[in-house]
Write a protein that binds this ligand. Sequence first.
Ligand code: R7I
Ligand code: MG
Ligand code: MG
Length: 349
Amino acid sequence: GGPASLSRFRGALVAAVLGDCVGGEFEGAEEVPMESVLQHLSSLYDETKGNGILEYSDDTAMARCVVQSLLTRAGFDEQDMGRRFAKEYSASPGRGYGSGVIQVLKKLSSPQLSDVYQPARDQFNGRGSFGNGGAMRAAPFALAFPDPVDVKRFAHLGAMLTHSCSLGYNGAVLQALAVHLSLQGALDLPQQFISRLITEMEEVEGNEATRNDARILKEAEKPFCERLHRVRDLMDRSKVSIEEVISELGNGIAALHSVPTAIFCVLHCLQPRECLPENYGGVERTIAYSLALGGDTDTIACMAGAIAGAHYGIEAIPQSWIKCCEGAEDADMNAERLHMLYHQSSQGG
Ligand code: R7I
Ligand code: MG
Ligand code: MG
């Protein structure tokens, strides 16, 4: 489809859920042989196994709250979104949430809470979390707002409900921007895509809060920009090993060690790769490759899935995968609603 087509919206939201559901199998595994990945994925082509056998985790649970809140409020409402996170957590606490964020989610359910951003600020001795929990649920912001200024602003605020460290929320901004650009068809020109992300993040990271956090955590002055340059270096190379990707970009639970990695997975899988089956389409390649990195596989595959799905569209996703993953059909329906909201706002209504 063309820029911001319905197919791209559906692809983005559905592939994010698939990445989470199929990635759960390997979350936390240090090394994942591609053989194991392909074996795991082969069960998804078996139509008889349908009916959501693979459950989604916190990544999708929270993204669903973001979607519902954006749709119900027809825009960003921090009180509503915070309440939905808290309610979802108390209804299904066993979705594999990060160990720190649970405290925030418990505090968010308190009726006495006056500042909805305060619980997140109290995390990790007042520094806030740099985990990837803000980024893992950032894609819907790109599907709700056509203007990149809004995408950045609301992805930031939406992440701040749980992640107040700049290395956490800036990861969410980066992820939302990547989905935004991909929706516009920007992945047709990969070099330009990465350059635009770097230009955007130069501005996003050009402030005191980012410099402070980076200094305290001993990172480069603009941590995400630095990582995006590494992504560019890696994508220029003809051969890159999994080990190099892990050592250059990471595969961990910090946003800094997973969002640039997810972006790399998408870029690397734009073309067929020797290590991946020839009959795989782009979304399948991207998700399979993300899982083979090990580490935070559900989250990296979820984020890479959203970006890739926005590029290839829903037609690139096997029906049998959708049937096997809990919440994938819901995501498909919600994508249509977000598509309407997006095009309403772009008409100034
Ligand atoms: O970021 P968050 O929501 O976790 C998301 C991850 C995804 O992989 C999900 O799939 C799920 O498995 O969890 O949860 P947080 O608890 O905010 O952050 C995750 C972890 O990052 C924390 O439990 C800490 O181990 C680590 N972390 C920090 N450690 C030290 N200092 C995050 N921020 C800090 C910090 O400032
Ligand atoms: Mg998870
Ligand atoms: Mg995870």
